[in-house]
Design a binder for this molecule. Structure first.
Ligand code: SAH
Length: 349
């Protein structure tokens, strides 16, 4: 596992080592950790009970990275709020707050950009800028909690980026956010979505069996999946489904498959039948997502009657399936469109 040196990415062990290496008392580590992960401070000066000299020594070698809000869009329909955040190096990322009856859920980005190349996705159009640090994933949650004053209870890693392409940082983020000395968010309330990096699915099931896994499937066979997702050239459907079965067996938990319905591409009745056969016997839930049109691509959303027919076929096969409720429709801008739009407006697109 990679170790991290920016202060908000460090676990208690690393922080304690850094504090003692700087000649400071061990208990300072605990104080600093509390300021960072429970009081959710933005600047080092806010650590009131830590002497300035101590703060400065530690922060010199271990900078405090976070996110700064640049824009916010609030849905008039359901209160869903999209945030554009700037990172310390000027990169822009987006996060979404969704309010449900069961609590507040934040969708976070794991990378600035993405290199997976899925054909229908806006996040990948400009490629990968860089991985996010654990601190930058965490601070999306912290910043939203600071800004709204509301407790975040659920996290979904479904924003820009492929979380399993930034695996160690993802794991550290989960470790810190579920820490009882941090926000103490239950691992069962965390969902990670992957386009299907097979070896990492095994590693994840072994490391974080309590976390919910979602796999972006989007096709019922290899040929169609290759058309939509370049990652399908690296891992076959067979390998992917074996990994999914391993997760279910290892964790005893249900796995989620995301299936974005694209008009005339993957939304026909025969595709629903193939999909049903593919997941037969596996403890899973299928989340049908009417594809969100991206202006750079010519994919269109399936018609309502096709979505309903697709749904009914899966139901007929006794597969647990739902059609994703569109949140914040009026502020739409799906997966990476907000970030891309901002970059274009500000001349960096
Ligand atoms: N890289 C991860 C998580 C980010 S995307 C993954 O691939 O799972 C979250 C989900 O939104 C994925 O299922 C992704 O395929 C889907 N998605 C991306 N662009 C979309 C669009 N324009 N319409 C509908 N779903 C989209």
């Amino acid at each position: 596992m990679e170790s991290f040196t920016d202060i908000r990415s460090m676990n208690m062990e690393e922080l304690t080592a850094a504090v003692t290496a700087a000649g400071e008392k061990k208990f300072r580590a605990k104080q600093i950790y509390g300021w960072l992960h429970q009081k959710l401070i933005r600047t080092g000066d806010e650590m009131k009970n830590v002497p300035a000299s101590c703060r400065q020594t530690i922060l010199k070698d271990h900078p405090l990275y976070g996110v700064t809000e640049v824009e916010r869009y609030v849905s008039k329909i359901d209160g869903t709020t999209k945030f554009l955040f700037e990172l310390h190096d000027g990169n822009i990322i987006e996060s979404v707050l969704m309010k449900y009856r069961h609590g507040n859920s934040v969708c976070i980005s794991s990378q600035a950009g993405c290199r997976m190349g899925c054909r229908f996705c806006a996040s990948t159009l400009l490629g990968l800028e860089r991985n996010l640090y654990p601190s930058e994933m965490l601070d999306q949650i912290y910043a939203i909690q600071r800004a709204t004053g509301e407790r975040v209870s659920h996290i979904v890693v479904m924003g820009t980026g492929e979380p399993f392409d930034n695996f160690d940082a993802l794991c550290r983020m989960i470790e810190l956010v579920s820490d009882e000395n941090g926000l103490n968010i239950s691992r069962r309330n965390i969902t990670v979505s992957t386009c299907g990096l097979v070896p990492k699915i095994y590693a994840f099931a072994d490391t974080y069996p309590q976390v919910t896994l979602a796999i972006s499937l989007h096709a019922p066979n290899d040929a169609m999946r290759k058309e939509l997702m370049p990652v399908a050239n690296r891992y076959s459907m067979k390998e992917l489904m074996e990994a999914a079965a391993y997760y279910v067996e290892k964790t005893g938990r249900r796995i989620t498959f995301e299936y974005s319905l694209v008009k005339d591409v993957n939304d026909r009745k025969e595709h629903a039948e193939m999909l049903a056969a593919l997941v037969k016997g596996l403890n899973c839930h299928i989340n049908l997502i009417p594809v969100n049109p991206v202006k750079e691509r010519d994919f269109r959303q399936s018609e309502q009657n096709h979505i309903q027919a697709f749904l009914h076929i899966l139901e007929k096969h006794h597969i647990q399936v739902t059609v994703r409720r569109e949140m914040g429709r009026d502020i739409s801008a799906a997966c990476g469109q907000l970030r891309k739009g901002y970059k274009e407006r500000s001349g960096n697109g």
